[in-house]
Design a binder for this molecule. Structure first.
Ligand code: ZN
Length: 102
């Protein structure tokens, strides 16, 4: 089922929508334990100065400042092979539409 970005945004602002989003996020990380580990590895690499803070990077797909590090692969050896992306392009790489149009 697909909803318009505006409808999705309205839904996620309701209490029910917020609960549903949190539930989906937990399920997403539980489905593949490597996702949480990969994310933590990147956070610790940033803290150690191995990877620059995402806010200092530009999106790899458009001229926007980057907001997320994207993992093209969750294999252990690829945990630090991340691509800086803005939120919109990150969603696009996962075949989704970013609901917050701002
Ligand atoms: Zn972008």
């Amino acid at each position: 089922m697909t909803y318009s970005p505006a409808a999705q945004r309205r839904y996620h602002q309701t209490e029910k929508g917020k609960r549903s989003r949190r539930r989906n996020q937990r399920a997403y990380y539980r489905r593949d334990k490597r996702r949480g580990l990969a994310k933590r590895m990147v956070q610790s690499a940033i803290a150690k100065g191995i990877i620059p803070k995402v806010a200092s990077r530009r999106c790899a797909d458009c001229p926007e400042p980057a907001a997320h590090y994207h993992h093209p692969s969750y294999e252990r050896e690829d945990w630090l092979s991340v691509v800086p992306l803005c939120v919109r392009c990150h969603y696009a790489r996962h075949g989704k539409v970013y609901a917050d149009t701002r």
